[in-house]
Design a protein around this ligand. Structure first.
Ligand SMILES: [Zn+2]
Ligand SMILES: [Zn+2]
Length: 354
């Protein structure tokens, strides 16, 4: 072979190795990987709790502090007597109430999942008719069983709930017949219910329902006694306003709070714990936002992709937030591992955008 033929041969080898064995040349190289759309190396200090979208082998056990009384599976619900004619119905996933007075019954919320049992539950303690239905807010999981109760003469809700239900046009959620803006007091027989609106928080129109004689406060999708709140702070439309509603609950005078979900009712200690968790997660996410460097660990090939730059940054902020909170909170709140990633993603976004 002369020199030119050797050079041609070497060139052909190089071209062949690039075109025929691209995986080999990439694997042997220190240059940035170009495995488009595949998982990369885990971020440094990745929490052991699987991130969103990764299957969990076994979720953390539920602490005894979060357990409620058992539900008889044959009945499908349990009744909790608050005294004075006020009761909670629950299947240990969702909660509603009713109040018996001298000539009838006032029902507060009609959850889809056990609407068929509400009349049966009332019949356990009273044979009086349902005269009033109060909607805590417009969401179907809490009032989607309203139609199944039959025609109720008076349905009371906040004016925002009426607006939203008109939009939804759901035959299972009949429109309120009485609405209010700030406060509404319902006197029936010698019973009293004080309804009030404090702000949009979880959802526009979400009201507080207070039974002052029984010292019970019902505030739905806001307080989660013993539990991690539902993902993204109960998918609140305004996260910091939702935090302010928890503060409102904390300052009010009551003995029992009904939060609308999970296994049991709440105490002031539960609300204190939730306020403390909100304070901690806000601090953890703020610190992570301030100390995480944009662009670190990013594949240099993605530097021109602003969405990728932020996705990488936000992932590392959320990971740091989870790492900060886990030692203190993983055993304090049931379901911590289920939603902690969601909460950290929600909090970083709220702090960055709102
Ligand atoms: Zn809701
Ligand atoms: Zn809910």
């Amino acid at each position: 072979m002369n020199g030119i033929r050797i050079a041609r041969y070497m060139l052909a080898l190089i071209i062949a190795s690039i075109s025929v064995f691209p995986a080999i040349t990439r694997a042997q190289s220190d240059t940035p990987r170009n495995d488009e759309g595949t998982a990369g190396e885990p971020y440094p200090n990745m929490p052991s709790i699987p991130p969103i979208g990764v299957r969990t082998g076994k979720y953390f056990d539920i602490p005894a502090s979060a357990q409620g009384p058992a539900v008889d599976p044959a009945k499908g619900y349990r009744l909790q007597d608050f005294g004075g004619g006020l009761y909670m119905i629950t299947n240990n996933q969702i909660q509603s109430m009713f109040l018996v007075y001298d000539r009838g019954v006032v029902v507060m919320d009609a959850p889809q999942s056990y609407a068929a049992h509400i009349r049966q539950a009332i019949a356990e303690v009273s044979d009086r008719p349902i005269t009033h239905l109060i909607y805590s807010h417009s969401h179907a999981d809490h009032i989607g069983g309203a139609k199944a109760l039959g025609d109720i003469p008076t349905i009371i809700a906040h004016e925002e709930t009426l607006r939203l239900l008109k939009q939804d046009a759901d035959p299972n959620r009949p429109l309120p017949t009485v609405t209010f803006k700030d406060k509404y007091t319902l006197h029936v027989g010698d019973q009293v219910l004080e309804l009030s609106y404090h702000g949009p928080g979880h959802a526009p129109g979400n009201i507080f329902i207070c039974a002052p004689k029984e010292r019970v406060l019902m505030v739905i999708d806001t307080v989660f006694p013993g539990w991690m709140p539902w993902r993204r702070f109960a998918v609140s439309q305004d996260v910091f306003d939702e935090f302010a509603r928890v503060e409102d609950v904390r300052k009010m005078d009551w003995d029992t709070v009904v939060g609308g979900h999970v296994t049991r009712v709440g105490t002031h200690a539960d609300v204190e714990l939730q306020v403390e968790f909100y304070r901690d997660i806000k601090q953890a996410a703020a610190t992570a936002l301030a100390t995480t460097k944009i662009g670190e660990t990013l594949n240099p090939l993605d530097k021109g992709n602003p969405w990728a730059v932020f996705d990488n940054y936000i992932d590392r902020v959320a990971a740091q937030c989870v790492n900060t909170l886990t030692p203190k909170w993983s055993t304090k709140l049931a379901g911590y591992d289920v939603f902690i990633w969601d909460q950290c993603y929600s909090m970083e976004q709220t702090l960055r955008i709102d």
